[in-house]
Design a protein around this ligand. Structure first.
Ligand code: FMN
Length: 333
């Protein structure tokens, strides 16, 4: 059995599993591994701002080369992409398998994406956002619950947001995002009416992901309880997110020192930020940011991305076709 949905049929892929466009983490190698296993890999361009160490035109050239001939998509943070129009042109010229936009008004980019015949995937955080993205022409909607790793809103949880968005989406396929790390999550998402899942945190803990071994080890050590939605890493990096957004990351000494004191951090002497950047470059886990979601409880090893795709789908298929396996615990693939 394969799980065929409106989403897999629209994209012409085998499995309803999509790699989240994690900035600085989802590079060409990881995107390719997910696509080659039958899902859809998406390279994360993040802010598009090379000052953050990834995301500029050279990064994208390199990562698309690393993906080889695999069919992959590209994703950007919408409000930031608006500052780098050349990156938008570059991405369109590559004719990606999908264009993924999150965190902002997609209508400024949608017409050219659609005119190029590229499926537009929009990540949103509430039902109002789903309506807005559908009006802008989204081909796929991704409701993101607050459980998710990385940036998002405090507002809604995956379990309630997904069916609410499905009910307003009409014929537009919906992917559930936030807290899906195994086959139980995929099966549950399908039961809520989704046509697939978008997964970030579980794919971060893979050999193919960009990022340090220290960060990946911390993903395996930490649990969902060890994550927090915070704005401290935006404050120290001087990234101007709208107030409603925060980033879910692993708690460390830096969050313990500054969470709730973001205004003080913004006004702190420049050497506080300089010292943090030094720790970030050195990957000192007591200070550095590791964005990750509540799904960390289910991340117990670093595992090749293809094995994760196959394991998640196998487990979901088993649950759907053999209900006697309901009430299962994680099988760790
Ligand atoms: C390390 C990391 C970086 C992320 N970066 C981005 C990003 O640049 N753009 C984006 O749209 N979403 C980003 N996200 C959020 C994902 O798109 C997605 O919503 C989330 O990973 C889903 O929840 P999960 O982490 O529980 O699987 C990031 C998530 C993580 C964990």
């Amino acid at each position: 059995m394969t799980i065929s949905t409106t989403f897999t049929r629209l994209l012409g892929i085998t499995h309803p599993v999509v790699l989240a466009p994690m900035g600085g983490v989802a590079g060409g190698k990881l995107a390719s591994a997910v696509s080659e296993a039958g899902g859809l890999g998406i390279i994360g361009g993040g802010y598009g701002n090379p000052k953050l160490g990834y995301g500029g035109p050279e990064f994208m050239d390199r990562e698309f080369r690393a993906a080889g001939n695999s069919r992959i998509g590209v994703g950007y943070i919408t409000w930031s992409l608006a500052k780098f129009p050349e990156l938008f042109d570059q991405a369109l010229a590559r004719k990606p398998a999908a264009f993924f936009l999150s965190f902002g008004d997609e209508s400024q980019f949608a017409p050219r994406i659609k005119a190029a015949g590229i499926p537009l995937i929009c990540q949103i955080h509430d039902v109002e956002g789903a309506r807005r993205a559908a009006d802008a022409g989204a081909d796929i909607l991704v409701p993101q619950g607050t459980e998710a790793g990385g940036h998002g809103k405090q507002r809604r949880a995956t379990f309630t947001l997904v069916p609410a968005v499905v009910d307003v989406a009409g014929s537009i396929p919906v992917l559930a995002a936030g807290g899906v790390s195994d086959g139980r999550g995929l099966a549950a998402a399908l039961m809520l009416g989704a046509s697939g899942v978008l997964i970030g945190t579980r794919f971060w803990a893979t050999p193919e992901a960009l990022g340090s071994e220290a960060a990946k080890s911390s993903l395996v050590r930490a649990k969902g309880d060890d994550t927090i939605r915070t704005r401290v890493f935006d404050a120290v990096r001087d990234i101007d997110w709208e107030q409603a957004y925060s980033g879910r990351a692993i708690v460390n000494d830096f969050t313990r020192q500054w969470h709730g004191r973001e205004e003080d951090l913004l006004r702190a002497p420049a050497d506080v930020s300089a010292r943090w950047w030094e720790a970030q470059r050195a990957q000192d886990m007591s200070q550095a940011v590791v964005f990750a979601g509540e799904g960390l409880d289910l991340v117990t090893s670093i595992m090749p991305a293809g094995d994760i795709v196959r394991g998640i789908v196998r487990e979901a298929e088993r649950l759907i076709t053999q209900p006697e396996h309901f009430s299962t615990t994680a099988d760790g693939f």
